[in-house]
Design a binder for this molecule. Sequence first.
Ligand code: SAM
Length: 239
Amino acid sequence: MKRLFSLSPRLQTVAKLVPRGVKLADVGTDHGQLPVWLVCQGIVPQAVASDLRPGPLSRGQALAERWKVSDRVSFRLCNGLAAIAPEEAEVITIAGMGGETIADILATTPWTRETGHCYILQPMSGMDGLRRYLSQNRFAIRRELLVPEGETLYVILLVEPGDMRPLSEGEIWVGRQTSGMDSPFRARYLEQEWKKLCWAAEGLARSQRPEDREKHGQYERAAREVAQMKEEWEQWLLL
Ligand SMILES: C[S@@+](CC[C@H](N)C(=O)[O-])C[C@H]1O[C@@H](n2cnc3c(N)ncnc32)[C@H](O)[C@@H]1O
């Protein structure tokens, strides 16, 4: 028997968060590696995988055929979860796309806020927009993980429908932090996001557009709060 392919550290971390035996839906599956790997490893008995475009979906189908799990991974050509029934998905993974698209998928599927579903979200961009959407729409972020791959730090969110104290402006950018949190890459993440906020605020300060004035104030407030969070994190590390 051939040795099973390996997942990238990013997808490996998403896979580790999938509980054994659940019904899995992978949205934006593309190459299909995540559902095929989880089924081949016996972590989930079967999976549903969707993609918006036929080309990527057929790549996923080809991988499932290659690993002889086509009968256990059902591929659907659709936008987000549109062709997936709520009873088919206990855990929904959405990885490798923009935060805005992920928020849009959650917002346009009528059943996403029903209990009994949990989400593992890995956005490539637009983290602030996604956290803002979750915070304002009764989704609770239960955990955030940071995974380095090359120069990039990827954020992975474990989310379920439910209440969460609304995120502050700084938390929208870097997530919530608590003392004792185990997050070896948090200091690097805080520094990186604080710098991005400062650069963006500097750019907005030079803009003549009236709408940028309000945005500038918002970015400055977020940068100040993230600077405080950086200090707080350093203090906690010394304890
Ligand atoms: C970069 S790939 C990510 C593949 C895989 N999930 C990963 O993380 O490696 C993004 C995929 O999402 C698909 N996609 C983008 N928007 C989508 C949507 N609204 N619904 C379903 N699939 C979508 C794209 O066609 C593409 O195949």
